[in-house]
Design a protein around this ligand. Sequence first.
Ligand SMILES: Cc1cc2nc3c(=O)[nH]c(=O)nc-3n(C[C@H](O)[C@H](O)[C@H](O)COP(=O)(O)OP(=O)(O)OC[C@H]3O[C@@H](n4cnc5c(N)ncnc54)[C@H](O)[C@@H]3O)c2cc1C
Length: 191
Amino acid sequence: MMSWVPPNLTSLCSSNSVISTCQPSTIMFLTLVANLFGHSKDDSYPNYDTEKEYDFVIVGAGSAGCVLANRLSEVQWKILLLEAGMEEPNVGSVPAFVPMLIGSNIDWMYQTYPQPYACLSRAGKACLVPRGKVMGGSSTINFMIYVRGNQRDYDEWAEAGNDGWSYEEVLPYFLKSELEPRDSGSESTLP
Ligand SMILES: Cc1cc2nc3c(=O)[nH]c(=O)nc-3n(C[C@H](O)[C@H](O)[C@H](O)COP(=O)(O)OP(=O)(O)OC[C@H]3O[C@@H](n4cnc5c(N)ncnc54)[C@H](O)[C@@H]3O)c2cc1C
């Protein structure tokens, strides 16, 4: 069982970081958060059976992988969902904690090559590119802001020859993902 480990406090409490000052109280707060919410409620689920054969193997349990696994499981397929990171720690449920999730042990901690015109305040002029390495992927370390996207983008994709991608056609799928069957009062009839 792994636990969430906050970012290195030396780098977190620097002028390059999202948290520019680290009072002793901040450090105590972070230690408390890690101890109280660093574990995952998903660790309490029993281990899953491992089969020898699967109908689908999905690599990466991020936003796309989890949705794909969920949709495929609506049919009686055998699905293996592989994830490089640990279970989602409880701290990932709080959007305001994102600055503390970036650079922690559930972030791949990618950086760009040194940039001549960007990220100049950062050591080595390399921009941070946070990406979740954890169940839920980047959606576990994101701000949970939900937007459907611009209607015109979808309509342009459809006009460019992508059948089924007009806004009118994708809207029912947005609604399906936004409403649980219990909210809408009936099972979705969408494929
Ligand atoms: C800090 C931050 C804030 C954001 N805020 C928002 C927001 O508020 N609203 C919003 O809509 N979007 C936001 N985003 C963007 C959004 O989270 C991503 O676009 C989305 O999660 C990407 O989904 P994905 O499935 O493409 O990739 P990911 O969710 O990143 O999933 C990829 C998964 O694959 C796993 N993986 C990679 N390689 C392997 C391997 N070899 N073996 C096994 N597993 C592997 C990774 O660990 C990861 O779990 C934010 C992103 C970040 C980083």
